[in-house]
Design a protein around this ligand. Structure first.
Ligand code: CNA
Length: 238
C-alpha cells in the first residue's frame, strides 16, 4: 500500500491536469452512508430499496414516502468535509486539479472549498417548485413536513437526478471534456454501477488512471494504479 501511495504522490506532484471522478464513498468518512456498502440498512425502515424510492415513478406516485426517506437519508446537513474533500480543494487552489466530477448530491466538495464541481446527479441544496419554478434552498425541504409545497401550491422538488431521469447534458459534456483531456484521472469512492455516469471513465485517454476504493470495482483491471482503502485516510497521506 505504501508503494502505491508513493506512486500516486509522485504523479500528483508532477501534474497540473488532475481530474477527480467520485461517488458516495467519498463522503462515508463524513458520516454519510453510501448505497452499496451498507446492505440492508434501508430495509430496516423502508419497504423498498433506495433505487426504487429515488426513482421518478416513485416520486410521482408516492411523494410523501419519497420525502420521508429523502429527509431521513439524503439530507445530512450537519456533515463536514473529510480529508479527501479537503485535499481535492487544496489541489485546485494550487492549480493542479482542473475539476471534481461527482455523483454525490451532498455539496461537501463546495463546503471544503472546491470551485469547479460538476454535479452529475444534482444537489440537495437546489430545489424548485414544479409549477412556477421558484427556487428554494435546502431548508425549505428540511424544515417542511410531508410533501413540501410552494406558495403557489406546486410541489417543491429537489434538483437531484432521480433514477429514470436524464442527466443534465451541459454537465455531462463538460465532464467528458475534462476526462478526455486529463493527465491523471483519479476515480474514488464509487462502485461504478450507476450509468451513464460510470461510462464516463471510458473517455480517458491517458496512462495514469487511478482507482481508490474500499472494495473492488469493474474498472480495477483497466486502471494503472489501484489502491484499496478508505479514501480520506489515503488522501491525507498525499
Ligand atoms: P455506491 O454504489 O454506494 O458505491 C460506493 C462505493 O464506495 C463502494 O464501492 C464502496 O466500497 C466505496 N466506499 C465506501 N466508503 C469508502 C471510503 N471511505 N473510501 C473509499 N471507498 C469507499 O455509490 P456510487 O456513488 O457509486 O453510486 C452512485 C449513486 C449513489 C449516486 O447516484 C449518488 O447520488 C448516490 N449517493 C450519494 C450520496 C452522497 O451524496 N453522499 C450518498 C448515498 C448515495
Amino acid at each position: 500500500m505504501n508503494d502505491q501511495i508513493a506512486k500516486l504522490k509522485e504523479w500528483i506532484d508532477n501534474s497540473d491536469n488532475i481530474v477527480f471522478f467520485g461517488g458516495a464513498g467519498v463522503s462515508t468518512e463524513s458520516g454519510i452512508p453510501d448505497f452499496r456498502s451498507v446492505d440492508g440498512l434501508y430495509n430496516q425502515k423502508y419497504d423498498y430499496p433506495p433505487e426504487t424510492i429515488l426513482s421518478h415513478t416513485f416520486f410521482m406516485a408516492q411523494t410523501e414516502e419519497f420525502f420521508r426517506f429523502y429527509r431521513d437519508k439524503m439530507l445530512c446537513l450537519d456533515a463536514e468535509p473529510n480529508a479527501a474533500h479537503r485535499k481535492l480543494a487544496e489541489w485546485e487552489r494550487q492549480g493542479k486539479l482542473r475539476a471534481v466530477i461527482t455523483q454525490n448530491i451532498d455539496g461537501l466538495h463546495q463546503k471544503a472549498g472546491s470551485q469547479n464541481v460538476l454535479e452529475l446527479h444534482g444537489s440537495v441544496h437546489r430545489n424548485h417548485c414544479m409549477r412556477c419554478h421558484k427556487p428554494y434552498d435546502v431548508q425549505a425541504v428540511a424544515q417542511s413536513t410531508g410533501v413540501p409545497h410552494c406558495a403557489c401550491g406546486g410541489i417543491i422538488k429537489p434538483d437531484v437526478v432521480l433514477y429514470e431521469e436524464s442527466l443534465d447534458t451541459h454537465t455531462l459534456d463538460a465532464s467528458l471534456r475534462y476526462i478526455q483531456s486529463a493527465d491523471v484521472l483519479i476515480i474514488g469512492g464509487t462502485s461504478l454501477a450507476v450509468y451513464p455516469a460510470a461510462s464516463l471513465i471510458h473517455y480517458y485517454r491517458g496512462h495514469k488512471l487511478v482507482l481508490v476504493n474500499k472494495s473492488e470495482t469493474p474498472a480495477d483491471a483497466k486502471a494503472d494504479l489501484v489502491i484499496h482503502g478508505p479514501i480520506g485516510e489515503i488522501f491525507s497521506q498525499l
